[in-house]
Design a protein around this ligand. Structure first.
Ligand code: COA
Length: 147
């Protein structure tokens, strides 16, 4: 894709993030949740901007030497174009810059697309959190990657 900029999150992006959340998740993060994240010293968010709109983003919490991916989403109009790859690579890069030793995340058991994406970058399934998602009591797969 042309005209794509990868950069850190800023407050004026949040309405775009909330729109993508609503289109992507059954329990979307709210505007206030993202505003809180801007002042969370442990949190780092990257966005992909295209024609002045954010079309993809991902976040991570850096807790001591571990990076916890909080959320990743691509606007449904832009799926399958490699933006998920760019977000995961950017988050891995942020972890390396911050001397993080390992990365982890939870993903719905049914979300094979996201699991494929993470596996491509070396994340391995290491456990299950039973009924982790409150909306439908779906299990979470815990994935882990050493850096
Ligand atoms: C998961 C998600 C971020 C992938 O974004 P994307 O931009 O479509 O992904 P990409 O085009 O960069 O593809 C990256 C990899 O994901 C996997 N993937 C993407 N689309 C896929 C599909 N339809 N079927 C199977 N695997 C797929 C492949 O491993 C792909 O690798 P490749 O580039 O070598 O083919 C996107 O589907 C999304 O936003 N989903 C809704 C939100 C979500 O589930 N987030 C994850 C929460 S843990």
């Amino acid at each position: 894709m042309d005209n794509v900029v990868v950069r850190d999150l800023k407050e004026s992006d949040i309405d775009d993030l909330v729109e993508i959340e609503k289109l992507s998740f059954s329990v979307p993060w709210t505007k206030s949740a993202f505003i809180k994240e801007l002042s969370n010293k442990l949190a780092k968010y990257v966005v992909i901007e295209h024609n002045k709109k954010v079309i993809a983003y991902g976040g991570i919490w850096l807790i001591v030497d571990e990076g916890h991916i909080t959320n990743i989403a691509v606007h449904p109009d832009y799926l399958g174009k490699g933006l998920g790859n760019i977000i995961v690579e950017s988050l891995i890069e942020k972890c390396r810059e911050n001397k993080v030793l390992s990365m982890t995340l939870e993903v719905r058991k049914s979300n094979l697309v996201a699991q494929n994406l993470y596996k491509k970058y070396g994340f391995k399934p290491v456990g299950i959190r039973p009924e982790y998602y409150s909306d439908n009591k779906e299990d979470a797969v815990i994935m882990w990657k050493d850096l």
